[in-house]
Design a protein around this ligand. Structure first.
Ligand code: P53
Length: 480
């Protein structure tokens, strides 16, 4: 008996800015990722005003997928991938973001890339914006703070969905749209709305800015869904969320409420993507905090008419919250006196990400119960230091991590009845880390010879996990 659906979409995932390189070729404009320096484990990346000579920008070359994708696709084919998730680099298509005419060379690149994938039996799954926005839109308009950016995004979305209407079926609008609301803007500085905060802005002001930009981004997403459905009614258009489930630390009822409140911060986005209306808890929060949101009746209608077909999400880790005063933790604003802390029952990666496979099954259940829509796990993976001197990298820790998560996904499908479309592991080939800019936070099953300073031959090599995942896919998840 086979437990995974027959057409289960096994795959791998990456993002254009973390893999392509070719940052200034063939008419591409500067992207917000192009002005992010390298950071390190526990060291934040910096954002510079344009490109400055004295810094190293790891995304400029990344792993040079732009010039090497044909060779890489052959490896992905050997791996047996059914789907490959990547994004379109917005600034290849509209270098500045606010022009009418697209850059034909940029469009041609993705035609060639998608053709090469399809010829090798791999279906592209496409994110329209994976923390990628033309730098000009961030610099001149303040990103999604400005309502005009809604139109620029819609025009971009319509252009590419029209161009690739016969090559791509699965689309997602914004990668991890909720990631900007989880307090993570302190980590990355850019939010995925293309906003930089001013030093003198208070936490309350930042919250108001993020809520407004998020609403604008949600309107942009809904417009893209509407346009896409006109272009090709068979399109499956989803949202993309970072689901980091937050557990109550104890059975204290207030801990349960605190966990629920933190989760509402994330569900705010998928609630609007799926239901098309602003949830009551958000409206109350705006009222209490004196936040005035600009959302017209016409825009509300767009939200209602542009709801998604499926929910794509990333899953790496879980978190824990408590209101117990004697327990140490990081204060958060979602519920009075609540704070985030380390879960004593789970291990952590070298970057402090809490490893929790059961949390994936839990998340699949919670999200499916809430929305009843098909789910697509479009990111799951283990960032780790590999011993690069080994002849074949024996990344058993990565195999263990992935196997444990696949087993929990299987339980959600088989025992809990959750509808899961597919599973794409993050960073199937080593890429530039988004959070830290490192190469050495490796996720790949294919090793790329490049280090944190940008040195290396860029040669590709299969790791032990490559052979393991090949077998998982070939047996449709029977042999984990
Ligand atoms: P890196 C935080 C929490 C969960 C997912 O992240 C996250 C982040 C951001 O760091 O981002 C997603 O490279 C994102 C990818 C990213 C991947 O997770 O920081 O969609 O672009 O590379 C892993 O280790």
């Amino acid at each position: 008996m086979n437990d995974f659906p027959k057409n289960f979409l096994w795959g791998g995932a990456v993002a254009a800015h973390q893999i392509e390189g070719g940052w200034n070729v063939d008419g591409k404009g500067l992207s917000i990722g192009d002005v992010m320096t390298n950071g390190g484990n526990g060291i934040a990346r910096q954002i510079t005003k344009g490109v400055e000579d004295q810094y190293y920008y790891p995304n400029h070359e990344a792993i040079d997928f732009y010039h090497r994708y044909r060779e890489d696709i052959l490896l992905l084919k050997e791996l047996g991938l059914k789907v490959f998730r990547t994004s379109i680099h917005w600034s290849r298509i509209f270098p500045l973001g606010d022009e009418q005419e697209p850059n034909e060379q940029g469009l041609q690149f993705y035609d060639d890339l998608f053709d090469a994938l399809l010829e090798n039996g791999i279906e592209p799954v496409i994110t329209l914006s994976h923390f990628e926005m033309p730098y000009h839109l961030a610099e001149t308009y303040g990103g999604f703070k400005d309502k005009r950016v809604i139109e620029f995004f819609a025009h971009y979305a319509e252009t590419v969905m029209h161009r690739y209407k016969d090559k791509v079926t699965y689309w997602m609008t914004f990668n991890e749209i909720n990631n900007q609301a989880d307090g993570q803007h302190d980590l990355h500085t850019w939010t995925n709305s293309g906003i930089l905060f001013e030093d003198n802005e208070t936490e309350s002001e930042k919250e108001a800015i993020i809520f407004q930009a998020s609403i604008n981004e949600l309107i942009a997403s809904a417009k893209a869904v509407q346009l896409g459905k006109i272009i090709n009614p068979d399109f499956q258009i989803g949202c993309m969320m970072a689901y980091v489930p937050i557990y109550p630390y104890s059975s204290k009822p207030e801990d349960q409420m605190a966990a629920l409140k933190v989760m509402q911060r994330r569900f705010f986005y998928s609630d609007i993507h799926v239901r098309g209306t602003v949830p009551a808890y958000a409206k109350k929060r705006w009222l209490q905090k004196g936040i005035n949101i600009d959302l017209s009746a016409e825009e509300e209608k767009i939200l209602q008419q542009g709801t998604v077909d499926f929910i794509g999400f990333s899953y790496y880790m879980s978190g824990t919250t408590t209101t117990i005063e004697t327990v140490d933790g990081q204060p958060i604003s979602d519920f009075e006196h609540s704070k985030m802390l380390t879960n004593p029952y789970v291990a952590s990666s070298d970057w402090g990400w809490q490893i929790d496979p059961v949390g994936l099954r839990y998340t699949l259940n919670i999200v499916y119960e809430r929305y009843g829509l098909p789910l697509f796990i479009v990111e799951n993976g283990f960032g780790a230091y590999d011993d690069v001197h080994e002849e074949i990298i024996q990344d058993n820790y990565r195999i263990d991590y992935l196997a444990a998560h696949i087993i929990q996904m299987k339980l959600a499908i088989v025992e809990d009845g959750v509808d899961v479309l597919g599973y794409t592991t993050w960073g199937i080939i080593d890429i530039v880390s988004f959070g830290s800019g490192e190469m050495d936070k490796r996720y790949g099953m294919i090793y790329v010879d490049k280090d944190n300073q940008g040195h290396g031959t860029l040669k590709r090599k299969k790791k032990a996990s490559f052979h393991w995942y090949q077998k998982v896919i070939a047996t449709n998840g029977e042999d984990i």
